[in-house]
Ligand binder design. Structure first.
Ligand code: C2E
Ligand code: CA
Ligand code: CA
Ligand code: CA
Length: 278
């Protein structure tokens, strides 16, 4: 029995060492990722209830020689803890603006572009000024910009966050609360913060067709949002059945594999040209 436990402990220690090594390696590689052109953006279409394309959510990708494809939630978490979030966050904004400008020039279509902003990035004291600089650098037109932030952001400094959000909205930029319903304080945040949009988390969509409690909750969220003049976006729509239920609940905007997976820039152009009903 004692030996078994010892083996288990050794096993965990090895496991831990491996994980630690992998993490250290990821940090090392991530430092060079921008210079080595390993980061790029993909864009997932967002569809209005009437079927027209509203715009896209920008999603970062990292393909590293040594580590292969690393999922964004993994490396963003690492970037946040090792001080790399600011440069990576800037790359994301800069690249997205460049791509969207190109799309605009080629298609002339108005698009809304949503960019995910990590907690550290949003709370960094240079974030706002850098964002404005990047907007001026690209000087695009007919683009509505949305920043997607998550709930875990707001726990400590509500007043500071309120002020920052006000400054952002004064610039005509909209704020979206991502993964809505998964945090601790979703509803109270709607009361405290100037939010334009909320994204109903995929976990609700997953069982909306089979769980009547989930259906009731989503219905409630959409009703509250409407009363507060907040746009509702639903993410992770994979089937027509889900789409139909959410359309009946009068959700405003839809996103998910049912409509399109995230696309590379070239494929997005084709999608926009063939799917836009203005
Ligand atoms: P998120 O912001 O909630 O993004 C939605 C994720 O769901 C994306 O995964 C998207 O590809 C995926 N998805 C969309 N529709 C469907 C669907 O119908 N079915 C399924 N199974 N998945 C769907 P992705 O791109 O792997 O991103 C994962 C997370 O990584 C994001 O969650 C976000 O938290 C983070 N992330 C991605 N790109 C960025 C970025 O540019 N900046 C920051 N700060 N975080 C990012
Ligand atoms: Ca998001
Ligand atoms: Ca989300
Ligand atoms: Ca998520």
């Amino acid at each position: 029995e004692a030996k078994k436990i010892r083996n288990t402990i050794t096993f965990f220690r090895e496991d831990f060492k491996q994980a630690y090594k992998y993490r250290a390696q990821m940090e090392q590689e991530l430092k060079k990722a921008i210079l080595q052109n390993e980061l790029y953006m993909m864009y997932q279409p967002q569809i209005r209830r009437d079927g027209g394309t509203l715009g896209v959510e920008a999603l970062v990708r990292w393909e590293n020689q040594l580590l292969g494809f690393v999922p964004p939630d993994k490396f963003i978490a690492v970037a946040e803890t090792c001080g790399l979030m600011l440069p990576i966050g800037e790359f994301i904004i800069d690249q997205t603006f460049a791509d969207i400008t190109e799309i605009q020039n080629q298609t002339g279509l108005p698009v809304t572009v949503s960019i995910n902003i990590s907690v550290r990035q949003f709370q960094h004291n240079e974030f706002f000024d850098r964002l404005i600089e990047l907007i001026e650098k690209h000087s695009f037109i007919h683009v509505e910009l949305v920043l997607e932030v998550t709930e875990n952001l707001f726990i400590d400094d509500v007043i500071g966050i309120q002020n920052l959000m006000k400054k952002i909205r004064e610039k005509g930029i909209r704020i979206s609360l991502d993964d809505f319903g998964t945090g601790y304080s979703s509803l109270s945040l709607l009361n405290q913060l100037p939010i334009d949009e909320l994204k109903i988390d995929k976990s609700f969509v997953d069982d909306i067709t089979t769980n009547s409690n989930t259906l009731a909750m989503v219905e409630g969220i959409i009703a509250i949002a409407r009363r507060l003049n907040i746009t509702t976006v639903v993410e992770g729509v994979e089937t027509d059945e889900q789409r139909k239920i959410l359309a009946d609940l009068e959700c405003d905007v839809f996103q998910g594999y049912y409509f399109s997976k995230p696309l590379k820039l070239e494929d997005l152009k084709a999608f926009l040209v063939s799917n836009t009903h203005l």
